[in-house]
Design a binder for this molecule. Structure first.
Ligand code: PLP
Length: 432
């Protein structure tokens, strides 16, 4: 599938007059169309809810769009809970799927009425001690171990993953929770990441539905929801086939009707916690070519770096690149596209065939809408860029400003040197 940027070169020039590059640009139209498709794909299930994984794209302006399609928030930290609460979400719309959880985060999750999804059997007592009494509804995260295999091979390795209860612990955990007064139960599992196949959710659902039937039978627990969590992937490479959420929804329905309905569990709600699938394709980094370097290789230096988008440096992840205004030119130049960090892995592309790039060209880094901005850090003292929203009517709204040196140095205010920092440098318009 051809990957198209949301904007033309002319639009990029226009936007960058007001908001200098690099910046994130999100596509409201794409977010809405996809969110609607997700709701439709699971509309057969009365209780369906997508709890958007806040960590993927923690911007309230974007999450607010998803709220219009019935989405809640999946959180795994104090600040994610705080953000969800500030946005006015009722507790039932907040899932707290954390691990290695600090006591104060459980306390806050309970205070705002979030649904607590336990990562480990030892957390039962931990939570009980903090809260005094367990909530009426609780969920447990399941990890069967081994490898997660599908028809096209091994997808991931749950046996190596730190998350979740073993099968035995699920049964024991449910018994203990029931004894301690928990009335309603959920099951959660996240067994493979970025799956670009329509089979992942249906296969995961099949495993969880069978477990649910056994758990209800053996422990008498009232299972109200099954949470398929995240892991639905996106085609980062143009040659990959995108997932079809309608096919996925139908696939889950089929196993639901085969396993849960005959077991008298036809009222169980399906929850999801997708992050990447909800936002990934609808965010792009727009950056400008500022240097070319001809040494042992051909380099293009851009004004973004791994601080803005870390996935290539961290995982060697592929992000497709379009040179604006040269969409139809032949890709007959091989480049490494780099950022400015003093780290040789700060490369958005290695040996990538692209059109000839001239200084000042705008490059679009595709599929950065999830685990993109959020994963950024401040290495080399580099500052994080702004996030902009391209509205359906073509307007552009800033939904997060760029960091300034004041933000970066703020926590040094415990030292006398803080008073000597020359903040005027940037406040007079000299950019980072
Ligand atoms: C990261 C995460 C998600 C979202 O994963 P995606 O791959 O972005 O869909 C959902 N649930 C939990 C508990 C997570 O840690």
């Amino acid at each position: 599938m051809k990957k198209a940027p949301f904007i033309t070169k002319q639009q990029a020039e226009e936007i960058s007059k007001k908001y200098p590059t690099p910046f994130y640009l999100y596509d409201e139209k794409g977010i809405r169309e996809n969110a609607r498709a997700v709701q439709e794909a699971f509309s057969w299930n009365k209780g369906f809810k997508e709890y958007f994984a806040v960590k993927a794209t923690p911007n309230p302006a974007l999450i607010q769009i998803l709220r219009e399609y019935g989405c809640g928030c999946d959180c795994s930290s104090l600040t994610e809970l705080m953000l969800s609460k500030a946005m006015g979400l009722p507790g039932s719309d907040i899932m707290f799927s954390s691990n290695d959880t600090p006591a104060e985060e459980y306390a806050y999750a309970d205070k705002i009425g979030a649904i607590i999804n336990l990562d480990d059997i030892t957390h039962i007592e931990f939570v009980e001690e903090i809260l005094g009494k367990l909530p009426e509804t609780m969920s447990c995260r399941y990890n069967p171990g081994g490898v997660f295999k599908m028809s096209n091979g091994i997808m991931d390795n749950p046996g190596d993953a730190k998350y979740g209860f073993t099968t035995e612990q699920m049964f024991e955990g449910f018994r203990i929770l029931k004894e301690k007064g928990v009335k309603h139960f959920g099951i959660h599992a996240f067994l493979a990441s970025n799956t670009v196949t329509n089979e992942y959710y249906p296969q995961l659902a099949g495993e969880l539905f069978e477990l649910a039937v056994k758990l209800e039978k053996e422990t008498g627990a009232d299972i109200q929801f099954i949470n398929l969590s995240g892991g639905v992937g996106i085609p980062y490479r143009p040659e990959q086939m995108p997932n079809d959420i309608r096919v996925i929804g139908e696939g889950v329905r089929k196993v639901y009707e085969e396993i849960l309905t005959p077991a008298g569990m036809g009222d169980v709600a399906i929850y999801t916690e997708m992050g990447r699938f909800m936002m990934g394709p609808y965010g792009q980094v727009v950056t400008k070519a500022i240097h070319e370097k001809h040494t042992h290789k051909e380099y293009i230096g851009v004004d973004a770096c791994a601080v803005n988008l870390m996935r290539p440096a961290m995982y060697g992840a592929y992000h497709h690149i379009t040179v604006l205004g040269k969409e139809d030119e032949p890709c007959d130049h091989m480049y490494d596209v780099t950022g400015s960090l003093c780290e040789n892995n700060d490369k958005f592309a290695i040996d990538r065939m692209l059109p000839k790039i001239d200084m000042g060209d705008y490059l679009v880094l595709h599929d950065a809408g999830a685990h993109g901005y959020a994963m950024g850090y401040n290495y080399n003292g580099k500052l994080k860029c702004a996030e902009l929203l391209l509205r359906e009517n073509g307007d552009v709204t800033m939904i997060r400003r760029a960091e300034t040196p004041r933000d970066y140095f703020a926590t040094l205010d415990v030292l006398p040197v803080y008073e000597k920092i020359d903040f005027d440098v940037t406040e007079q318009g000299i950019r980072q």
